[in-house]
Design a protein around this ligand. Structure first.
Ligand code: 5AD
Ligand code: SF4
Length: 456
């Protein structure tokens, strides 16, 4: 971006980005900021100070799109006061809604789809000083994985995209339509990126993809998630490796063995079940049965005994009876997840599930949602209670968000740990030297979401 153009002549243009949705979106926002910083932009901490405001959006449920429309509505005043402000909508909802966004929100300047992030500098340049509107949702845009400038929320953790898109077409899901075909990134590029993150002080990488278990499809040689994990495990400086999201239909013994055997690969699986009923799983086109899912959980627990599992569930999918719902409740009870994300079914235009009537009423969806939330809370509370008296390895992240006098970090199983320092220690020295290091913490208390401890 040339920084001497009309609107931005006075200073380096500043950009504020607000991210909705999943970790993939967080990474896309980081990469987009990277592309822009490289071209002379600065990063605005506050939207009121920004020359460019970008909303990186999610389409997975109707509610996510409503939130963005309402945020755009409330930015109208700011745009009226400062007509030179550039307002852009990026990502899944941009891809999904296209120029409908301009029709509903004429003060928006840019609608930029999921394969156009790397073109952001040119797109903004085209708008700068003209206040025109640009729609950029072509499907031929390249998927650019490059991390041009490091712009991470936390020095010690980084997301690394290993694949893009999804070919699964689960019947309820809009992702394959807005993110496109599945595409795996060459393993040599991933290894290079992780090495340079390690050189930059990063200790933990989370490999991202809509379905990381099918990583390698389309690449030459016998490249799989298991072979990738084995190569990444030997990179010096990296202490922990995580990967999300796992699809049960593509989970293999080799991947689970890698989790059990490799010292840096953390004992944590986010493996969404979605439902415990075979009838519903079939209608969802998930391509596994509840029995197969349970076998995978058993295999994981036997090959990686410390493993903790997380899941997503959808309640109120078309045709879900009380009996189907009971199957889900029983699955949750039997697996005893570490944590679960529970969603009420939300029909998405264009997906296969819209051929079924959305016949589970809102009240029933709400009730089932609450039942699962309460049950998971009970399980998490009980499981965390079992940790009291134990000592755990924590990667220290920094000061606790809820208590500035304490530090926080995560266990290998992704549990949040808040801890104080022993009395008499030089608090400020230790507080500044610990982030980024592994520490042994003795757990003394717990809630459903957090473990509390003292440093050992
Ligand atoms: N309605 C409700 N939840 C959905 N998810 C995906 N599509 C829908 C939908 N149409 C949930 C799934 C997925 C998570 C990211 O969002 O549980 O795993
Ligand atoms: Fe959506 Fe299914 Fe792909 Fe996950 S695996 S992104 S739920 S289509």
């Amino acid at each position: 971006m040339s920084t001497n153009s009309k609107t931005f002549a006075h200073k380096k243009p500043s950009v504020y980005i607000k991210t909705y949705g999943c970790q993939m979106n967080k990474l896309d926002s980081e990469l987009s900021i990277g592309f822009l910083l490289k071209r002379g932009y600065t990063f605005a901490e506050d939207e009121n100070d920004a020359d460019v405001i970008l909303l990186n959006t999610c389409s997975v449920r109707d509610k996510a799109e409503h939130k963005v429309y309402s945020q755009l509505g409330s930015l109208r005043d700011q745009k009226e006061k400062n007509p030179e402000l550039i307002l852009g909508v990026l990502g899944c909802m941009a891809q999904n809604e296209g120029d409908k966004i301009f029709k509903r929100m004429p003060h928006v300047n840019l609608v930029c789809g999921t394969r156009m992030f790397s073109k952001l500098p040119e797109l903004l340049e085209g708008i700068n000083g003209t206040n025109k509107r640009i729609l950029a949702i072509g499907e031929d845009g390249e998927v650019n994985f490059d991390r041009l400038v490091t712009q991470r929320q936390n020095r010690y953790n980084a997301f690394v995209s290993i694949m893009r898109g999804c070919d699964n077409y689960c019947s309820y899901c809009i992702v394959p339509y807005v993110r496109g075909r599945e595409f795996s990134r060459p393993d040599a590029d991933i290894i290079d990126e992780v090495k340079s993150l390690a050189d930059d002080g990063c200790k933990e990488v989370t490999l991202l993809g809509q379905n990381v278990n099918s990583y390698g499809k389309g690449l030459s040689g016998n490249v799989t998630l298991a072979t990738l994990l084995r190569k990444l495990d030997s990179i010096e400086g990296i202490e922990r490796i995580r990967f999300v999201t796992s699809h049960p239909k593509d989970m293999t013994k080799e991947i689970i063995e890698a989790v059990g055997e490799l010292p840096k690969v953390c004992e944590y699986l986010h493996m969404p079940a979605q439902s415990g009923s075979d009838k519903i799983l079939k209608k969802m086109r998930r391509q596994y049965t509840s029995a197969h899912y349970r076998e995978l959980v058993e295999m994981a627990k036997s090959l990686a005994p410390d493993i903790k599992i997380a899941s997503d569930f959808i309640v109120g999918f078309p045709g879900e009876t009380e009996e189907d719902f009971e199957d889900t409740v029983n699955l949750m009870k039997d697996v005893r997840y570490q944590n679960c994300f529970i969603f009420k079914y939300s029909p998405r235009t264009g997906t296969a599930a819209t051929e079924f009537p959305d016949d589970v009423g809102e009240e029933t969806k709400k009730r089932r949602n609450h039942i699962l939330l309460d049950l998971q809370k009970k399980i998490s509370t009980e499981e965390n209670r079992k940790m009291v008296g134990k000592s755990v390895e924590v990667l220290v992240e920094g000061t606790s968000k809820s208590d500035a006098g304490r530090l926080s970090g995560r266990t290998r199983q992704n549990q949040i740990v808040v801890f104080g320092l022993p009395e008499g220690s030089n608090q400020s020295n230790v507080s500044s030297s610990l982030p980024g290091k592994l520490a042994k913490i003795d757990i003394v208390d717990s809630t459903d979401l957090t473990l509390f401890g003292v440093i050992n």
